[in-house]
Design a protein around this ligand. Structure first.
Ligand SMILES: Cc1cc2nc3c(=O)[nH]c(=O)nc-3n(C[C@H](O)[C@H](O)[C@H](O)COP(=O)(O)O)c2cc1C
Length: 340
């Protein structure tokens, strides 16, 4: 089943394949008998985990970028995820980079993408999340700045996005690590990150006072930070009371890509070639924070062994994207049934 699905989807351009796959899941959701069938095929056993004050039915989540506009999160719960991260959402709608902007490196079980945050914008996505409360799945929203917003005023994009989504999401993920928006990753530097997180913590405090609502804030980091950059970023998070870190986003490195097809496309590399780098990041974060900052591990998890390694490295939760593309919809069930 998975094999047939994959060979059909891999005939299509990667972005088209993605929208087709999402469309299929959404269709399954609206047709009750199909919904029941898909649920029975892919629902995962309960492996409850608590993190940042939230209860997850299992540690496996869908990484940001798969459901950027919040079109399919309800339907995607059929695939067994314990959490789904919608986004990255930008404040204003924007198109992202010209196509083609996603490439399959099949021999490496990897992708390169330079999407550049195509987003229908905060207003649209917030309507998709209205009335959402779901018992069985945690929903996070990943936020990022518009391409046109200068770095100096990025704070105001993030604060506005926080105001819109904090009442609708179980947690907010602050994306300062996509390689496809020029300059974005500079926001991981000590001073810049400190300023940004201070502003967001201020927004959260206000919301706490007025609405008695305290939404966990996570920060998503790049795997390409060196040790001192990582220390700076972690310090900024801990000083500002950030609840957790997502490690990692895609990498701009290309080491280890022996097959040349698409290897030199610009963008972020995900999938198997990222696995070791992401794992090392998680270990370092655990070591440097002495376990005080819960880590969500992402990067190259394509099977139960990879998932278990990430958890053994200290991650409390894991996320996947590229693994789903290569392994198909049964991956969450497989991981939660065989390991953890
Ligand atoms: C096509 C594509 C689009 C992505 N878009 C986003 C995004 O909008 N925001 C984000 O934080 N990460 C984005 N990511 C990164 C993933 O969330 C994840 O961190 C990364 O791919 C590593 O996990 P993986 O190896 O399981 O794919 C994207 C990844 C891919 C492949």
């Amino acid at each position: 089943m998975s094999y047939l699905l994959r060979s059909f989807l891999f005939r299509l351009d990667p972005e088209k394949a993605h929208s087709t796959a999402l469309g299929m899941v959404r269709l399954a959701w609206i047709l009750p008998p199909v919904r029941k069938l898909v649920k029975s095929l892919y629902s995962a056993p309960d492996r409850p985990v608590e993190a940042f004050g939230l209860r997850f039915r299992n540690p496996v989540g869908l990484a940001a970028g798969y459901d950027k506009d919040g079109l399919g999160w309800r339907a995607l719960t059929l695939l067994g995820f314990g959490h789904i991260e919608v986004g990255t959402v930008t404040l204003e709608p924007q198109q992202g980079n010209p196509r083609p902007r996603v490439f399959r490196l099949i021999e490496h079980r990897a992708l390169i993408n330079r999407m550049g945050f195509p987003s229908r914008g905060a207003f649209f996505v917030s309507r998709r999340l209205q009335g959402r409360r779901l018992e069985e799945c945690v929903i996070g929203v990943n936020i990022g700045k518009n391409r046109q917003t200068p770095l100096e005023t990025a704070e105001s994009d993030y604060c506005s996005l926080f105001q819109v989504f904090a009442p609708l999401a179980d947690y907010i993920a602050v994306n300062v690590s996509s390689p496809n928006t020029e300059g974005l990753r500079q926001l991981q530097a000590r001073q810049a990150l400190n300023g940004l997180l201070k502003a967001l913590a201020g927004e959260r405090r206000l919301m706490e006072e007025t609405d008695h609502l305290r939404v966990p804030i996570l920060v998503k980091l790049a795997p390409d930070l060196n040790d001192s950059e990582l220390d700076d970023a972690l310090d900024a998070m801990m000083v500002n009371g950030i609840d957790g870190v997502i490690a990692t986003n895609t990498t701009t490195r290309r080491e280890g890509l022996v097959k040349p097809r698409y290897a030199q496309e610009t963008g972020g590399l995900s999938g198997e070639p990222l696995a070791q780098l992401a794992l090392e990041m998680v270990r370092k974060i655990q070591l440097r924070t002495e376990g005080r900052l819960p880590v969500v591990g992402a990067g190259g998890i394509t099977d139960e062994t990879g998932a278990q390694s990430m958890l053994d490295a200290g991650a409390v939760l894991i996320q996947l994207y590229t693994g789903l593309v290569y392994e198909g919809p049964g991956l969450v069930r497989r991981i939660t049934t065989n390991r953890i």
